[in-house]
Design a protein around this ligand. Structure first.
Ligand code: FAD
Ligand code: EPU
Length: 341
């Protein structure tokens, strides 16, 4: 059913109250196809724009959406193939990511435990190659199916086709808004290859008194760390890290380190350094800052928050001020991670 002029406040974790001209949910490719056909025929608006929405946890609406918002609710999880070392599990784009992680852990399928408690749905996970605590979905990704909006056909993407990078893929850049991801297949491990090198996990496992490493213990450690510093969108509107960590040349990092000895950076295989944008933002005095209903989270400066009735434009303007001040103080340009609409 297509609804007209509907608030999408409940469909985005920032809790921004904007209106979509048209809104509908779909739970199969046939329904998606029909809705896209309808939108093409519709004379409700001239642009006939379409926006595919999952859990709305990586999106900032700065204005009403003059087009059709389609919420992906394609469900289903099934094992499609098994071999000596791996289980290939296909999940519908509308499945909740964290529920999928818990389902894998329950079945002793390893590989996604470090990605516990990331909000959103399966369908958006390849969009920005979600990552946390030393793991990205590219590490367990096998393939996906996506519906090409213009050509009206299903296309299969392998790992190489997706061109995954840090918070990046072909769907975010060159194929932006061209495809609707309908399902994703993950290659999970029978034998866990625990990744607890990310400092805080080891400490948290010790604090928990976990005697043996297990998928459950690692997942719980990640959940504990995340809950201690990231705001729960059910309590305070946000979309996780608003900015990406910045990649700079090693020479630039060294000279910054002379002036700012506390700067946090990690060496990358290409010789560059990834610097913690949260540290840069905190040093510029933004952590805990609040202007009206928009703010910078008190425990994590990378996360912008909506204290109540913020407009998307207020959050966006704050992000612009932050980018400028980081540029002035450190000469580093920050990129937004969140999709701005
Ligand atoms: P949405 O916000 O609905 O959509 C995001 C983008 O993908 C939009 O451009 C949308 O049009 C597009 N899209 C959605 N579904 C489809 C589809 N089926 N086909 C094509 N395009 C689609 N991210 C991380 O990587 N690591 C983290 O640790 C992390 N922590 C977070 C913590 C919090 C508290 C919050 C609120 C967010 C966090 N995020 C994190 C960001 C977010 O959870 C992920 O980006 C997630 O994958 C977004 O999923 P979603 O379904 O909510 O996507
Ligand atoms: N830091 C500060 N001040 C802050 C925030 C961070 O100094 O206000 C410093 C910390 O002390 C630490 C470093 O920055 O030394 C890194 O902080 P943290 O471990 O919290 O991770 P992050 O780099 O801020 C990234 C991801 C998160 C992901 C975590 C854990 C990005 C943009 N963000 O955050 O992903 O959960 O690592 O792996 O890469 C997201 O993408 O939405 C997201 C939450």
């Amino acid at each position: 059913m297509v609804q007209k002029s509907i608030s999408i406040k409940q469909y985005n974790t920032f809790g921004i109250n904007v209106y979509a001209d048209l809104f509908a949910k779909f739970s199969s490719i046939d329904e998606l196809h029909e809705l896209l056909e309808f939108n093409q025929r519709s004379t409700f608006n001239d642009q006939r724009k379409t926006l595919i929405l999952g859990g709305g946890s990586n999106i900032l609406f700065t204005k009403n959406f003059e087009g059709l918002v389609l919420k992906n609710e394609i469900k289903g999880i099934k094992v499609i193939k098994e071999d000596e070392h791996h289980i290939y599990v296909q999940a519908g784009a509308g499945e909740n990511w964290h529920q999928f992680v818990l389902y894998c852990i329950k079945n002793n399928w390893a590989g996604v435990e470090n990605l516990s408690l990331i909000p959103g749905n399966i369908g958006a996970s390849p969009m920005q190659n979600i990552g946390a605590y030393g793991v990205e979905i590219k590490d367990v990704f096998y393939s996906l199916e996506a519906y090409h909006i213009r050509d009206k056909k299903i296309v299969n993407f392998t790992l190489n086709d997706c061109e995954f990078g840090y918070r990046d893929s072909v769907f975010k850049k060159k194929f932006n808004n061209e495809f609707v991801i309908t399902d994703v297949t993950f290659r999970l491990n029978r034998i866990p290859n625990f990744n607890i090198s990310y400092g805080a996990i080891g400490q948290e496992l010790e604090k928990m008194g976990a005697k043996d490493l297990s998928l459950q213990a690692v997942s719980q450690a990640v959940i504990n760390i995340r809950s201690s510093k990231l705001p729960d969108p059910a309590v305070i509107g946000n979309a996780g890290s608003f900015f990406k960590n910045a990649e700079i040349q090693n020479s630039k990092f060294k000279s910054l380190k002379e002036t700012f000895p506390g700067i946090v950076g990690y060496d990358l295989p290409n010789g560059n350094v990834k610097i913690a944008a949260g540290w840069l933002i905190e040093q510029c005095g933004w952590k805990g800052y609040r202007k009206g209903n928009a703010g910078c989270h008190v425990k994590q400066a990378l996360v912008l928050v909506n204290y109540g009735h913020a407009k998307g434009s207020e959050i966006y303007d704050l992000s612009e001020e932050i980018i400028q001040s980081v540029k002035e103080k450190f000469g580093v340009g920050l990129e937004r991670e969140v999709n701005i609409i």
